[in-house]
Design a protein around this ligand. Structure first.
Ligand SMILES: [Fe+2]
Length: 178
């Protein structure tokens, strides 16, 4: 039986573990963009599909923000010249805002006013994050000579650890993991 768009977007298949740090983070970005576009395509009244997609996006984004804060940004501070270093303060503020929206889904249910709008605003903020990293930080890191294979392994290991701990309900999982 062919997979529905929701099943395809929420699938758990993993790429081979040969990704370096940038490939891993880009794949995270692609995964979350797939969830955003599946949400846009979901029927207005398909609340089950929408809930599933939002829950998966919240999980993905929670883990993604944590591995970036714990591992990527510190590595970038070491590997890049001062002018090229990511503005970590700005990244933290952006991550914080996404977490506030993730937290709204602890109580907000599909079909309730504000559910779709909250997810839309969240997807726009994340899209901005993706564009910034992929056009600026990642190319600079690629050029820096940093050991992206070693960093990729660390990111994958931490990602698996966090995914194993994550509660299987929507909401601000970051707070519960800390
Ligand atoms: Fe990212």
């Amino acid at each position: 039986m062919p997979m529905t768009p929701t099943q395809a977007a929420t699938g758990t298949s993993r790429p081979a573990q040969t990704e370096d740090a940038i490939e891993l983070l880009r794949n995270d970005h692609r995964a979350v963009q797939k969830l955003f576009s599946a949400f846009e395509k979901a029927k207005d009244d398909d609340f089950d599909a929408k809930s599933t997609l939002v829950r998966r996006a919240c999980e993905e984004l929670t883990v993604h923000a944590m591995i970036e804060e714990e591992l990527l940004y510190p590595a970038a501070q070491v590997a890049l010249d001062e002018d090229d270093r990511p503005d970590v303060e700005e990244a933290y503020v952006e991550h914080y805002l996404v977490k506030v929206l993730i937290d709204k889904f602890t109580t907000l249910r599909a079909g309730e006013p504000g559910f779709d709008a909250t997810f839309k605003v969240m997807s726009e903020m994340v899209q901005h994050h993706i564009e910034e990293e992929e056009s600026d930080l990642f190319p600079k890191l690629r050029k820096s000579g940093a050991d992206l294979n070693a960093l990729g392994k660390e990111l994958m290991q931490r990602k698996e650890e966090l995914e194993a701990k994550i509660p299987k309900d929507a909401g601000d999982n970051t707070m519960r993991l800390r």
